[in-house]
Write a protein that binds this ligand. Structure first.
Ligand SMILES: [Zn+2]
Length: 519
């Protein structure tokens, strides 16, 4: 009797589990079907990346993107606005054209860095020279007048343009090992020589400009075929361009062998003074608990060597598509759903920090923040970010996600609070339950992150689609949850570095006047 009842209990339990798992939810089914059969991702990506282009803070393209997103949400009947949070030095990229004109003519692959001071239309023609090997700062000081009227190449000449994975595949073991040892030795010598000059790779730029250099040439190789990282110029009046490894190496050898390469650099741009910065915020109002919030989060800005396709075009696409899906299948959410397309993440999480600072009433009532910002890949990691009960609520929400999506996700509960890297950290620092939907890399760090190759063709739409479905369902589940998210934090461990107990990160104020005031 007893045995039988136990067995029947188990059978009943199994049946109910099976039944629960197969229970259909028209909202979730609708989201999945629409995302798969009527995806807007490709069109949105084209409009954002090909038509508008990169979204550097302070550039007219950033503002165009803000306006485009508001208009797009309008077409989906989602209310949206641009919320001003600061100002930045306005700058618009113009034509870059770099030619070697002697000892022969060749058009080179390179571009001006962001905020580069414009050359005239005719550009600057000058010889390109390399830094000398010096024994001390006095020797360097004596050499410095040589830069007058010259372009100065300030990056190390890479010994190989082949990424290590390529060597690993084809080189003999001994040859690969030798290359790495030689490269390490060369890098060490380069650093030592730089410190002998009395400067570092940043401060030397001002010294060269002051000594009358005609321009600065860098090559910030990203360790992948054809990939260079493109950041901002540090010169005040003379141009700074980055030239890709292949051409930089050639110029370097020409200079080293005494062939005196001459370049013509045209690098036009426009200074636009102080321009306003915005976050684009869209909202689907909650019906039962409108004063509680689920926030979708992805920074909207980018560097401008490519078009910011995977940093963070793809995160932006995920959140826009998720909002569209939610509006269509879950138009009357229990809690208010907000999406934040933040400005100026790249200069220090500025847009999201401003939002957190400006909206304490929202931040204290957050049910969850879902941020995505590390490339095009499907989500493979989710951390509880140090919230004691994260296993309960994140586990519950994740359980509603189709298995073919959730099976790729490794969870880590309760985890530890992230301290930066992307905008979820701005919310986390204020104690809000904020999570990072962390992606599979697809060679993000070398090939697309802040590079000239961060373009539409690198997007893996199947993975982005999967992320949009995931985000929409997590948002729906978080919004519907009976329980408001418990914000109890774990007791943080002792730091191995300092031996002291670690503390929860604290909020930081944004830079609200970027590159406008001398510090
Ligand atoms: Zn990013």
């Amino acid at each position: 009797m007893k045995k039988l009842s136990k067995l029947s209990c188990i059978v009943a339990l199994l049946l109910s589990v099976t039944f629960y798992a197969q229970e259909s939810n028209p909202i979730i089914e609708g989201i999945v079907k629409e995302a798969n059969e009527n995806s807007q991702l490709e069109r949105l990506a084209h409009e954002m990346l090909d038509v508008i282009g990169p979204r550097l803070v302070g550039s007219p393209q950033m503002k165009q993107a803000n306006d485009w997103a508001v208009a797009q949400y309008g077409k989906w009947s989602i209310s949206a606005k641009n919320e001003k949070w600061g100002e930045w030095r306005g700058w618009e990229r113009g034509i870059t054209h770099i030619d070697m004109v002697s000892p022969r003519i060749q058009t080179l692959d390179g571009t001006q860095l962001a905020w580069n001071p414009s050359t005239s239309k005719k550009g600057v023609t000058a010889e390109a020279i390399i830094l000398p090997t010096v024994k001390d700062s006095m020797t360097f000081k004596n050499w410095l007048p040589n830069v007058k009227g010259k372009f100065v190449m300030i990056s190390m000449n890479q010994p190989t343009g082949r990424p290590d994975y390529n060597w690993e595949e084809f080189a003999t073991e001994e040859s690969f090992k030798k290359m790495k040892e030689d490269r390490d030795a060369q890098t060490k010598a380069w650093r030592e020589n730089m410190s002998h000059t009395g400067y570092n790779s940043r401060t030397i730029i001002a010294a060269l400009e002051e000594a009358g250099a005609a321009g600065i040439i860098t090559s910030n190789w990203s360790k992948g075929f054809g990939a260079n990282k493109i950041f901002s110029a540090r010169t005040k009046k003379i141009p700074t361009v980055d030239i890709e490894l292949e051409d930089y190496g050639m110029l370097y050898r020409l200079a080293e062998y005494g062939n005196k390469p001459e370049l013509k650099i045209v690098a036009e741009s426009k200074e636009l003074g102080a321009v306003p910065n915005f976050n684009t915020i869209a909202e689907i109002k909650g019906t039962e608990k409108p004063e509680e919030y689920v926030i979708l989060s992805a920074h909207f800005d980018s560097w401008d060597g490519g078009t910011g396709a995977t940093d963070n075009g793809t995160g932006t696409l995920v959140m826009m598509e998720a909002m569209r899906l939610l509006k269509k299948f879950y138009p009357n959410p229990k809690r208010t759903i907000i999406v934040g397309h933040w400005g100026s993440e790249e200069q220090g999480l500025n847009g999201s920090r401003a939002f957190v600072e400006d909206h304490p009433e929202i931040v204290k009532n957050i049910q969850a923040v879902f941020n995505q910002d590390n490339g095009t890949g499907r989500v493979v990691n989710l951390s509880g970010q140090g919230f004691l009960h994260s296993y309960d609520f994140l586990g519950r929400w994740l359980n509603a996600v189709p298995k073919d999506i959730s099976k790729h996700i490794e969870t880590n509960y309760p985890g530890a609070p992230g301290r930066g890297g992307s905008d979820y950290a701005s919310f986390l620092a204020a104690g809000a339950p904020a999570f990072s939907l962390s992606s599979l890399s697809w060679s993000y760090w070398n090939y697309t992150w802040h590079t000239n190759l961060d373009t539409y063709d690198k997007i893996v739409f199947d993975d982005v689609r999967s992320n949009a479905i995931l985000t929409a369902i997590l948002t729906y589940m978080a919004s519907e949850d009976e329980q408001s998210t418990p914000k109890d934090k774990i007791v943080l461990p002792m730091s191995r570095r300092t031996g002291e107990q670690m503390v929860w990160p604290t909020p930081r104020s944004p830079e609200r006047k970027g590159m406008l005031e001398e510090k």
